[in-house]
Design a protein around this ligand. Structure first.
Ligand code: PLP
Length: 458
């Protein structure tokens, strides 16, 4: 059948697959519904989601209060353009988040996803310097073994080598230093010795890069407080973020902390930075803010940055997305944030996190493939090794972490596989990040399935 000028309409009798799949070589189970920490596919197979999807479904599935809040808001006003209007729910959620964040992080800007949040932060940093007459300050510094998103700006500051590689010529110019990984220091330092010196070696490397590049050209430094997908929950040395904060102050560089994965209780506190005593100029969030019930993310901006915008930038951030502050997403966020509070979800996260680490230590005695165990709260990871005692990883092309996860999925649990490059050596890891509402019985099931999967895998 023709529409115009020979353009063909599809034949409705010829059913084609209309989905642009993440990977066309794979067959994906179709999810029918979710309940608590479980997902059920259309073949009635049950999965315990020990990765909360992409560490986003932090409250599990089927919470009626959140679904109802979204439906109510959709009936009231489904879309409002933030160029012209604001909404009551937007105000209320911004107030909740602002109160949750340490001072002087105060102003909340909403986006739909974490990549957009980081793009916004990088652009705001750039505008901050430009408004203050520092037009040359345009470069950003990011870190290897980190992830900030898939849009060109966020990909540029991130350190995922595989994802960056195909776009390298067109990425935004960014310099990188290594993320701390004291257990296998990429700078080959002795952990104890380094920890005793006045400045951590990796912070010294950052300072060296700043001086070499010229601080007058550097706009921002961006990092995850605890690295999620790229390292598998590696916690930095206690003083790292404080020392980075001091460098940023010294060289007039804005410090952006990406809490897209770690925020909203994932590591046992509202924000992971609370555990490290350093407050960034901009904190980005996403995922857990709505418990995954709606696309929602954003940034919390320090008072001095907004004051500068008001004073030097005519009060206007030259930016914005159609779906910024979408009322239905924001209503989901507001209901989720209230749920975290009312159900004392953070207490459960801390309790279950400690239990998980202890259980992994018990498993470690039985499985030589479990290397270093690390993390905070319910963001826990371990090095997946061929032989821990010989300190040997699986070869990178083997895809060990992905294979282990496939094994676990057959047995009914989902984990978050990953592999990062450590000084040219591939290091697989497995990240475990179940919903923060998980019960002890459900956690025992996670551990039992992991035990079986490791036994079959090794
Ligand atoms: N930042 C971190 C730390 C993340 O883990 C992610 C996603 O995994 C992002 C940013 C990107 O968020 P989104 O996928 O919502 O764009």
């Amino acid at each position: 059948m023709e529409i115009l000028d020979g353009t063909k309409r599809k034949d409705p009798l010829q059913k084609h697959d209309p989905i642009f799949h993440r990977d066309f070589s794979k067959k994906y189970p179709v999810i029918d519904y979710g309940k608590g920490v479980y997902l059920f596919d259309t073949d009635s197979k049950k999965y315990l989601d020990a990765s909360s999807g992409a560490v986003a479904a932090n409250l599990g599935h089927g919470i009626e209060a959140i679904a109802d809040a979204m439906a109510e808001q959709a009936k009231k006003a489904a879309f409002v353009h933030t160029l012209r209007f604001e909404t009551q729910v937007q105000y209320e959620l911004a107030r909740e988040i602002s109160d949750m964040a340490p001072d002087p992080l105060r102003y909340v800007y909403f986006t739909s996803g974490g990549s957009e949040a980081n793009e916004s932060a990088l652009k705001l940093a750039r505008q901050y310097h430009r408004d203050r007459g520092n037009k040359e300050k345009y470069l950003n510094i990011g870190r290897w073994q980190s992830y900030h998103g898939n849009t060109m700006g966020s990909l540029s500051v991130g350190g995922d080598v595989k994802r960056r590689q195909p776009y390298t010529p067109s990425l935004i110019k960014t310099d990188h230093v290594y993320s701390p990984y004291c257990h296998r220091c990429p700078y080959h330092q002795n952990e104890e010795h380094c920890g005793r010196s006045e400045q951590l070696h990796c912070v010294g490397e950052l300072e060296r890069l700043i001086i070499e590049t010229g601080p007058e050209f550097i706009s921002s430094f961006i990092c995850e407080p605890i690295v999620g997908s790229q390292q598998g929950a590696v916690v930095p040395p206690e003083d790292y973020l404080k020392q980075v904060r001091a460098l940023c102050d010294r060289y007039d560089i804005l410090m952006i902390v990406d809490e897209v994965m770690t925020g909203f209780g994932r590591t046992g506190t509202h924000f992971a930075i609370e555990q490290f005593g350093a407050i960034p100029d901009i904190l980005t969030f996403g995922k857990g803010v709505s418990g995954g019930y709606a696309p929602l993310a954003g940034m919390i901006v320090s008072e001095h940055v907004v004051e500068s915008l008001k004073r030097n930038g005519q009060g206007k951030f030259i930016h914005g997305f159609t779906f910024s502050g979408h009322p239905v997403s924001v209503a989901a966020g507001l209901a989720a944030v209230r749920y975290y509070k009312d159900q004392r979800v953070l207490d459960n996260c801390r309790k279950q996190g400690e239990y998980l680490v202890q259980a992994l230590q018990v498993l470690q005695a039985r499985h030589r493939s479990i290397g270093q165990i690390r993390g905070r709260g319910l963001l826990v990871g371990f090095e997946l090794m061929k032989d821990r005692d010989q300190d040997v990883f699986y070869p990178p092309e083997y895809g060990a972490s992905e294979l282990l996860n496939q094994q676990a999925m057959k047995l009914g649990a989902i984990f978050y596989p990953g592999a990062g490059t450590i000084d040219g050596k591939q290091g697989d890891h497995l990240l475990i990040g179940p919903p923060l509402t998980i019960t002890s019985d459900e956690m025992n099931e996670v551990i039992h399935i992991l035990d079986l999967a490791l036994t079959e895998f090794e």
